[in-house]
Design a protein around this ligand. Structure first.
Ligand code: ADP
Length: 484
């Protein structure tokens, strides 16, 4: 089987969040699977790729793709990344910029054109390198037009006669909704500008295009798959089209890279540990983290960590609001960047309570590792969460996740108040201050009971968060598509 992946980010080349981690992991894991002959991954050649250790080589020749009434040039660059052949789509006008999608002033105003261009450069690029894929795997709104092109402009193209497409929803909150001019730039026929096809409230929605036209739609957890069909607040207007395509929608949980996120070999943390050495390693990591960030080194205080984008989605405002009631018993360390209002709220609390809440407004990979290792609990009271990686990382480091029972959090963190022996974390039913307050109170009451706590830690560290099972679910899906 030959797979071509198109995405707007993939670690370790370019990343803004979970999407990048997951695309990188999928490409890498697919390429090592014996059932897969070949994997190619197309990414935009962003400016930030030059900062990585890779040295892309220019492929001889070039080609053009239409964007509106113009023809835009494409140069392809190649990187050999393990068994994955990575192709970087180069056009400095679109991608030689400081950010992937936005600058300090906000989203780039030509994001529609940038990803129309990228999608078309991908489909023509596979011909240019003569790679005829069995499966085209696309991700989030930036590549949502590709399945639509395959079923419209490329419908009778012999090169893609046997190709099936999948569209993976990593976060339905970002849809790529543009006006009618964008529809024109994308080059579709007016015949397809209808509500059952590409039209969306008088414009075009790239995510809807992916959902409508892909041979299969996947999303990153079984619970999120259900929620986006049933809950309009989560689906944000796309519940109708998802329900229409429900029979082709699959929820496949993400994994984490268990080599990068391994407390036994992690070189960022103060001392490595595994399940057996947890009782020595964890207290040391906690003590050192307390020292590094400026907390009192008190082993009896619960250290609550949070590493997150500052976004309404993540419920960080709830943490801010309840935190003060627990000062003296819980130390809060929050690492995150994002919305200014949330950051301001945290700064205000931190400045008047420096012994109890520390807020670090940075994107800091090393400190993130130290927080995962040094904290006792990890707070993630998300309002919605397609999958979430942080709760799995925390669990692997024996840091007990405190999460809302939504999306992938519900599928990965299990809490039975009547049987803590079966729990690997703590959950709240809904993201409210009352629920968060009550679970933190409960955690304080059981934290001192070594036996109960160590059982939850063991369950957390032993939970299987590896990619293996998910990769085989993707493969089964790809094989079933090939038979159709
Ligand atoms: P999302 O993709 O919605 O932001 P996930 O939980 O799926 O959330 O993934 C977030 C990833 O980004 C995790 O690996 C987390 O550790 C990392 N991360 C988030 N904020 C920061 C930060 N300020 N510094 C370092 N890593 C961060």
């Amino acid at each position: 089987m030959k797979i071509a992946i198109a995405a707007s980010e993939a670690f370790p080349f370019c990343k803004t969040g979970g999407l990048g981690d997951v695309v990188g992991a999928l490409a890498n894991n697919f390429s090592r699977n014996p059932n897969i002959e070949n994997v190619v991954l197309f990414l935009p050649k962003y400016r930030e790729i030059a900062k990585t250790a890779f040295s892309p080589k220019k492929i001889q020749g070039n080609y053009f793709v239409p964007v509106g009434d113009r023809k835009e040039n494409v140069n392809l660059y190649f990187v050999n990344w393990g068994k994955v052949n990575v192709y970087l789509v180069d056009n400095p006008k679109y991608f030689d910029r400081p950010g992937l999608y936005r600058s300090e002033q906000g989203d780039y105003i030509d994001n529609d054109e940038r990803f129309i261009y990228f999608s078309r450069a991908f489909l023509e690029g596979l011909k240019f390198i003569d790679f005829k894929p069995d499966i085209i795997s696309t991700h989030d709104w930036q590549t949502g037009l590709i399945p639509a092109y395959l079923k419209t402009l490329y419908l009778f193209d012999a090169f893609y006669a046997k190709t099936k497409s999948t569209f993976t929803i990593h976060n339905i909150a970002y849809q790529g909704f543009f006006n009618k001019d964008t529809f024109v730039k994308a080059g579709f026929s007016w015949f397809d500008f209808t509500p059952d096809k590409l039209e969306y409230y008088g414009g075009i929605n790239f995510m809807k295009a992916g959902i409508t036209y892909a041979d299969a739609i996947t999303t990153v957890s079984p619970t999120y798959a259900k929620e986006i069909c049933e809950n309009p607040q989560i689906a944000r207007g796309l519940e109708g089209v998802l329900n229409y395509r429900k029979d082709h929608l699959y929820g496949i949980i993400n994994g984490i890279d268990t080599q990068i996120w391994d407390p036994a070999t992690d070189t960022f943390i103060y001392r490595g540990y595994d399940l057996k050495t947890y009782w020595r390693g964890k207290p040391y990591c906690k003590k050192m983290l307390q020292k590094e960030v400026g907390f009192e080194q008190d082993k009896n205080k619960i250290l609550a960590g949070c590493v997150s984008r500052l976004d309404w989605q993540k419920g960080i405002d709830l943490i801010a609001e309840v935190s003060e009631e627990f000062f003296g018993k819980i130390q809060f360390i929050i690492l995150g960047t994002g919305e200014k209002e949330i950051a301001q709220k945290l700064k205000t609390i931190a400045s008047s309570n420096p012994k109890d809440l520390i807020f670090i407004e940075e994107f800091n990979e090393e400190l993130a590792h130290k927080i995962y290792a040094g904290s006792d609990i990890f707070l993630m009271p998300s309002r919605f969460e397609p999958c979430g990686l942080s709760q799995m990382i925390a669990a692997r480091y024996g840091t007990i996740a405190v999460v809302t029972k939504v999306g992938g959090l519900k599928d990965t963190i299990f809490y039975d108040p009547d049987n803590l022996l079966n729990s690997n974390g703590f959950t709240i039913e809904t993201p409210t201050k009352e629920n968060l307050r009550s679970i933190l109170g409960h955690i304080i009451s059981i934290y001192s009971s070594k036996e109960i706590w160590s059982n939850i830690v063991k369950n957390a560290m032993k939970t299987d968060f590896s990619w293996e099972r998910s990769i085989s679910e993707y493969l089964n899906l790809f094989m079933s598509l090939q038979k159709k």
